[in-house]
Design a protein around this ligand. Sequence first.
Ligand code: UD1
Ligand code: CA
Length: 453
Amino acid sequence: MRIAAVLLAAGQGTRMKSDLPKVLHLLVGKPMLWHTLQAVKQASSEKPVVIIGHGADKVRDFVGDEAVCVLQEPQLGTGNAAMQAESVLKGKSDYVIVTYADMPLLRGETFQQLVETQKQNTGPISMLTVIAEDPRGFGRIVRKEDDTVAAIVEEYVATPEQKAIKELNVGAYCFSADWLWEALGRIQKNPKKGEYYLTDTIELAVGDGLPVRALVHDNLVETIGINTRVHLAEAEAAMRQRINRDLMLAGVTMMDPASTYIEAGVTIGKDTLVMPNTYIQGGTTIGEGCEIGPNAHIRNSQIGDRCKVFMSVMESAHLEDDVDIGPFARLRKGAHLMAHVHMGNFGEVKDSTLGPGVKMGHFSYIGNAKIGANTNIGAGTITCNYDGTKKYPTEIGEDVFIGSDTMLVAPLNIGARSRTGAGAVVTKDVPEDTLVVGMPARAIRKLEKRDSD
Ligand code: UD1
Ligand code: CA
């Protein structure tokens, strides 16, 4: 069976009041459209088709190779939008899933169920409905006396009796392909809005004497559609809960899921504890048995097993196993801390590798550096890596002891097992096994009594 999927994403999204196309607004770190694409891919066998229009270039850029984009210009309604997919899909699929790209909480499993429902259907349409107290402006499902679906009535044309109907059109359908392409050509322009409605296919099927099946969904959360930024925040909260729940069921402990913000695509190993007010974003992966937070902000980073990230910030950084950082550590792009590194408070590392067992307890800046195993970086050490125009490298060997407040003026090499005295300003390479000291304080004069008051 060839199962295709069409996502309608050409509308303007006027109610978002935004310069950004609605489907590119972020939900747990990924554009709305990304979520819908992931979901339909689980239920289809062909490359999805995305109907674009408003903000077409931006949407096309985001989609890339993930789907085939087809332009709908002008945007004449959801029926007209679906019709644009015919040129790509006609004769190339048996079933076509059609859904709206502003329904990002719908799950892959739900689309799979919809396809299964349609496989059992002798008629051409299976559609998803939900029973809800708050209609949220959705189309109402009118049923016939025999309980089969008769029509979808949009809210603005519904009679008071129809408005009272609690069964709503979610906006996910599975059609028999050949019937769909033929029926879309038969939809009449809606006289009030001048648009062609996809929802009119229901009445066409009923008119053809063919049954429309409704799959009544029991998960209200999945049917949150996004028309305004209020809906977006609702969807964000719902999606966050879903991610946290899945992680907890997979063995991650969360002290307070409500204040734990984990984006889609993050992976965390079992027996890791995530403490409150923690943000884990982008393509971050975290191993097993770690303690993350409280107050951690981690983006696009890799963290091994048994690490501790306490009140710290990491971006595009890498911790191997058994590393602990914080409180108040900042790892920037290219920071690579190998196994058993300890980095305490108020340190910053950028584009540098700290070898296994390096200790950097307090107040240091390490940039463009390579530091050998088991070296100790004293409090207040700075790699002076920038002369105002260029960056220069620093290389420090194994088992080196860098004394407190050492200024390492790059480019610079410090050989293995060497030591620097407190306050040293090191401007020349230091060979192995050497002690260097800089400008020790000298007695200038005897203090008068009042000087020491
Ligand atoms: C639509 C349904 C309604 C359903 C609701 C559920 C119709 C006529 N109505 O209403 O029954 O309850 O969704 O979410 O289908 N789009 C295009 N091209 C267009 C117009 C729209 O691609 O010319 C896209 C939009 O980008 C959007 C989707 O279709 O992603 C739905 O359009 P929208 O205007 O949001 O429809 P609703 O009023 O929500
Ligand atoms: Ca909508």
